[in-house]
Design a protein around this ligand. Structure first.
Ligand code: C5P
Length: 408
């Protein structure tokens, strides 16, 4: 998907073993439609050569400030002037220190310093600087590095990671660079309009699992993909996100607070715990409408006679939240097998929701694409077919418009 179409990016690579992941990142960024220009520090080029990046990006990769092949002797200005963002991945402890102090003794540090204004006349926009630290755990935890990190955050630099885990040096701890896919994901997010800046958003996603006995239960095939795509889109729009999810096999988007639950009642409890600090509640979960009246403590044994299950209705989480004295802005989903408009509108009025997102089951369930219709007071707003993340960004834009229209 071309989520970075038309974006010109400078990818800075400094010295660290995580430089090998930068090659993968360059490939992902190019695949997403970006025009990628790689600048390596001298030690970065010891780990991966410029030739690798040249082959992956189709552009010359630079490492020597004095390289006579440079189109002009103002490469530090030229490279950053047209850039939509500069991403330094990996960013070593030494490079963070340089950035924090405004040192400029090689091509990459010089162009990071020269990026403050995109136009020579000073009238341009700031070009975002994003760094993905990668270093040994002790180097990361060192007060000097932490001081530099704080300074960079104060200067408006976006710091992605590091993550915790096994390190090349054999130690385990904070300092691993985020994976290329996570960095790509975060970078796409940087370019999204911040229509939900400062809002606190609570989402439910995935199926619920209603236990029959210790090894069996009632559930449904919801993958959680739409809910997770929405969590990403909401985060990218500048919101603080809590995601309550049933059993799904989706990785947690970075920066999203995830609460895992199994049953509808557990999901309800988790939602109630968080709802007070919530401005927007988006119920994407395919919550089981019923649960077995009894959960057997031991495994139910096979027998020749038919087995009858008695089911009890589950609480309707969304209806309960929407009926609170001061409810958050509530968004419901309606996945239907037929009569989409009628059923979705019915749910909207029954649960008193400002917005319901409807889709026909054959379009959305389990897959990577969806086709939806949003229903609100103004009528119906169709969207798609499109990848779920694009649908999610469309829904977020619509919520942003509705809130702005309400003067909220
Ligand atoms: O199940 P139904 O079609 O009524 O679901 C409509 C909306 O209500 C969905 O947004 C779903 O997440 C939510 N819901 C809920 N709790 C339930 C059932 C549905 O929050 N028990």
């Amino acid at each position: 998907m071309a989520e970075l179409n038309g974006k010109r990016l400078v990818l800075g690579v400094t010295g660290g073993i995580a430089a090998y992941k930068a090659a993968d990142l360059a490939r992902l960024l190019v695949k997403a439609g970006a025009d990628v220009h790689v600048v390596l520090t001298a030690s970065g080029a010891q780990f991966v050569t410029p030739v690798t990046f040249q082959a992956l990006t189709g552009n010359p990769a630079w490492s020597d400030q004095w390289d006579a092949r440079m189109p002009s002797n103002m490469a530090h200005i030229d490279l950053s002037r047209g850039a939509d963002a500069i991403v330094v991945a990996p960013a070593s402890a030494d490079f963070l220190a340089k950035l924090a102090h405004g040192l400029a003794d090689d091509l990459l540090s010089t162009l990071c310093l020269a990026r403050t204004r995109a136009g020579l006349d000073g009238a341009g926009q700031d070009c975002p600087l994003i760094v993905a630290p990668a270093m040994n755990r002790q180097m990361w935890e060192h007060p000097a590095t932490q001081r530099n990190k704080s300074q960079l955050l104060q200067d408006g630099v976006i710091v992605l990671g590091p993550a915790s885990g096994e390190q090349a040096c054999g130690e385990t701890g904070m300092g691993r660079m985020l994976e290329a896919a996570e960095l790509h994901d975060a970078l796409v997010g940087v370019f999204q309009p911040k229509v939900l800046a400062g809002r606190r958003v609570l989402l439910t996603a995935g199926p619920t699992f209603e236990a029959l006995d210790p090894v069996r239960g009632l559930t449904n095939p919801s993958s959680g993909k739409m809910g997770f795509a929405l969590a990403r889109a909401v985060r990218d729009a500048g919101a603080e996100v809590t995601l309550v999810c049933g059993p799904v096999a989706q990785p947690t988007p970075s920066g999203v607070a995830r609460v895992d639950v199994l049953s509808a009642r557990e999901m309800r409890d988790a939602v109630l715990r968080h709802v007070r600090e919530t401005d927007i509640f988006i119920a994407v979960a395919a919550v089981a409408d019923y649960r077995p009246e009894q959960t057997a403590a031991q495994k139910i044994k096979k027998a020749a006679q038919p087995l009858t299950l008695t089911l009890q209705p589950n609480p309707d989480i969304l209806a309960e939240i929407a009926a609170l004295p001061k409810p958050p802005f509530c968004v419901g989903f309606a996945a239907e097998s037929e009569n989409l408009d009628e059923y979705a509108q019915g749910k909207r009025s029954a649960k008193k929701l400002p917005l319901v997102v409807g889709n026909l089951l054959r379009h959305g369930l389990g897959g990577d694409e969806n086709t939806i219709v949003m229903f609100d007071d103004e009528g119906r707003h169709p969207l798609g077919p499109a990848p779920k993340i694009e649908i999610a960004r469309g829904i977020v834009a619509h919520i942003g418009q509705m809130l702005a229209g309400n003067g909220e």
